[in-house]
Design a protein around this ligand. Structure first.
Ligand code: HEM
Ligand SMILES: *[C@@H]1O[C@H](CO)[C@@H](O)[C@H](O)[C@H]1NC(C)=O
Ligand SMILES: *[C@@H]1O[C@H](CO)[C@@H](O)[C@H](O)[C@H]1NC(C)=O
Ligand SMILES: *[C@@H]1O[C@H](CO)[C@@H](O)[C@H](O)[C@H]1NC(C)=O
Ligand SMILES: *[C@@H]1O[C@H](CO)[C@@H](O)[C@H](O)[C@H]1NC(C)=O
Length: 349
């Protein structure tokens, strides 16, 4: 008699705990749909019609303070979307239990203008609190940066959720090096279903912005360990870069990624054809692979073809998503308190 009673009581307690857990988690789970949502144009037009205008004006103000911020903001979309999808994981600051992406190999001392996204988020939160994700703000701001730099206009798809975590390891593993050659870039982009045309068009984002000497000294003085410079460089351009970036100079000094670094145009491709690409990963698209070279040549003589392909590439890049829980963060730099509570629940049971 006695052992049976004890067993029944144990079953009752376990059922009670299980039921409480389900009841407790249900509302949380409903508030935390998966980050991989159906994206669509005009997603916020009913619930936050001001969002797009507010983001555009924030980017405009940032560019008035610092023209380079257009490029820096636009780059955030690439570095966010390639690492576990476009989920603003990039924006999370490190915590005692999580190494975020800001200090990964490609991002440390390089990504900038995080504060522009913060400013846009604060302004959007004032207009409609708790509605617009940081992930969508990156996508809108990247588009606005291109438009305000003289590039093409397009309507972005929205409806993303913000991640609950970030991964420095994933960023280190995925993001390409400035040393990359064309065939490795083709393969990398293939992993994301991005074609050779997408690769070349998206690299055309280097039509705006700056790169550091740190990213090019190897090709100026010791390409592939040869002790020689990259042979695929116009000697006069190389002479200029040698002066900008002497051996043992300051790695943080910057140079334009193309000859017109604040104007979004096809100058970047004209430069590649003339062997005046800044990064090895740029010049290789012309000098390192016949398939990418054809696309570079086409864009160098047809800016409209570049703009059309660029928009297509940015939309595909913005479509990258993974199945992970998400939320609308209050502050782009940290997950909401509520989800911290949920994480604690998960580890307790
Ligand atoms: C194809 C592979 C790519 C490689 C290897 C690459 C690499 C780099 C590197 C090394 C820099 C300079 C960083 C520094 O020296 O601190 C840079 C800058 C930049 N990248 Fe890329 N990138 C690639 C593709 C892209 C894509 C797809 C986009 C956007 C859609 C993008 C947007 C930018 C922008 C706008 C800058 C200038 C940022 C600034 O001035 O702050 N890049 N990239
Ligand atoms: C391109 O780079 C990859 C990875 O670094 C390397 O394995 C490959 O041999 C290179 N290809 C060419 C054609 O240089
Ligand atoms: C690429 O496309 C294939 C086939 O449509 C799909 O199964 C896969 O999930 C896609 N990969 C990415 C990273 O989107
Ligand atoms: C060039 O790179 C190779 C391989 O990384 C290295 O062994 C060599 O010492 C370097 N040469 C110079 C001059 O830095
Ligand atoms: C660039 O500046 C940062 C911060 O001031 C410093 O930590 C880093 O070592 C510098 N990087 C290079 C390549 O000189």
């Amino acid at each position: 008699m006695f052992p049976v009673e004890r067993k029944n009581r144990r079953i009752m307690i376990i059922s009670f705990l299980a039921a409480s857990l389900v009841l407790y988690l249900c509302p949380l789970l409903l508030q935390q749909p998966f980050a991989a949502a159906q994206l669509r144009r005009g997603f916020y037009s009913g619930v936050c019609p001001e969002a797009q205008h507010v983001v555009r004006e924030t980017v405009r103000r940032a560019m008035a303070r610092d023209p380079r911020s257009a490029a820096s903001v636009m780059r955030l979309q690439f570095h966010d979307c390639f690492v576990n999808g476009c989920d603003a994981s990039l924006l999370l600051d490190d915590t005692p239990s999580m190494l975020g992406e800001k200090l990964s190999l490609s991002n440390i001392n390089s990504l900038r203008s995080y504060e522009v996204i913060d400013e846009a988020k604060e302004a959007v939160e004032r207009a409609c609190p708790g509605i617009v994700s940081c992930a969508d703000i990156i996508i809108m701001a990247a588009r606005d940066a291109v438009v305000l730099s003289g590039g093409p206009k397009w309507e972005v798809k929205l409806g993303r959720k913000d991640s609950l975590s970030a991964s420095q390891e994933a960023s280190d593993e995925i993001m390409p090096s400035p040393r990359a050659n064309a065939s490795s870039l083709v393969h990398l982009f293939e992993r994301f279903n991005l074609s050779i045309t997408d690769l070349v068009a998206l690299s055309g984002s280097h039509s705006i912005g700056m790169g550091r000497c740190f990213s090019i000294v190897f090709r100026l003085y010791n390409q592939s360990g040869t002790g020689r410079p990259d042979p695929h460089m116009d000697p006069r351009y190389r002479f200029k870069l040698d002066q900008l970036c002497p051996v043992n100079g300051d790695g943080n000094v910057t140079g334009g990624l193309d000859a017109t670094p604040t104007k979004f145009d096809n100058q970047y491709f004209k430069d590649l054809v003339r062997r005046r690409g800044f990064l090895n990963s740029d010049q290789t698209l012309y000098s390192g692979d016949g398939r990418t070279r054809e696309v570079v040549k086409r864009f160098s003589v047809n800016q409209d073809a570049f703009f059309t392909a660029f928009v297509e590439g940015m939309v595909k890049l913005g479509d990258l998503q993974v199945q992970q829980p998400g939320e609308i963060r209050k502050n782009c730099r940290e997950v909401n308190k509520q989800s911290e509570r949920m994480d604690r629940m998960r580890t307790r049971f």
